[in-house]
Design a protein around this ligand. Structure first.
Ligand SMILES: [Zn+2]
Length: 245
């Protein structure tokens, strides 16, 4: 009988534990999300370089806005889209600036940093909240505005490949829209005391960008790198300067 009572008690405790698990997981998850997204934290601080650095009190863009969205809910919720607060404000301003000029365009941003910075595998930079990836704006061959198809099967968009003319199946890079975003990103960065330090974009695709009306303003104004350890054809990587003291 004692044995039975003991067994029953253990079973009860086990049941209680199992019943508690979802509640504990939910509370932890909400705490994680709340902590990740809090806006009342002290100002962001970054240390070191984009390769070997850290971020404190990182901020992130909204998941989506009037003319933009994050690349992946999974990536967003797991905390891979943080950045220095000033960088976040500049990116947000760039989207607002583009919206006033070309409200029909749509943009998708990619990964930034962890809230605390450090290595963000598989990136070699993105360590101190001053690196942000932007997926290329797209149109269909019919000219309709399109967005990067993102799924777990294409590494959240990062394995989508474009040919040297900027085509992938029915999709075509909208170089004019990309140039417009970079022009306004440059303006917005200056507005927040930053600068666009470097843009990484595939060297075969850069001539198409500079050939556009807006792109002509970029050549000589921003520093472009064409070759990196991975091909940057589906996204352009931007390093911001001026945020880290
Ligand atoms: Zn990057």
């Amino acid at each position: 009988m004692i044995l039975f009572r003991t067994t029953l008690s253990r079973t009860g405790r086990l049941r209680l534990s199992l019943l508690s698990l979802p509640a504990i997981a939910l509370a932890g998850y909400c705490g994680w999300i709340t902590w990740l997204g809090r806006e009342f934290a002290p100002p962001s601080r970054c240390q070191g370089t984009a390769v070997n650095g850290y971020l404190t009190h990182g901020r992130r863009l909204p998941y989506s806005g009037e003319n933009f969205r994050a690349y992946s809910l999974l990536g967003y919720l797991s905390g891979r889209t943080f950045m220095h607060g000033a960088v976040r404000d500049a990116v947000l301003s760039s989207y607002a600036r583009v919206a006033t000029r070309r409200p029909e365009l749509r943009f998708v941003y990619g990964e930034g940093s962890w809230p605390w910075g450090g290595l963000l595998w598989p990136h070699r930079t993105h360590a101190n909240g001053t690196s942000v990836d932007f997926f290329v704006p797209l149109r269909t061959r019919d000219g309709d505005v399109a967005e990067m198809p993102v799924s777990v099967f294409n590494k959240l968009g990062y394995s989508v490949g474009f040919d040297n003319a900027g085509r992938a199946g029915d999709l075509q890079i909208d170089f004019e829209a990309m140039a417009l975003h970079l022009v306004e990103l440059d303006h917005a960065a200056r507005e927040y005391g930053l600068k666009v330090r470097r843009v990484i974009f595939d060297s075969h695709l850069q001539p198409h960008l500079f050939a556009t009306r807006e792109g002509a303003k970029l050549s000589g104004r921003l520093s472009f790198l064409g070759k990196a350890w991975v091909r940057h054809d589906q996204h352009y990587h931007v390093d911001f300067g001026g945020a880290c003291g």
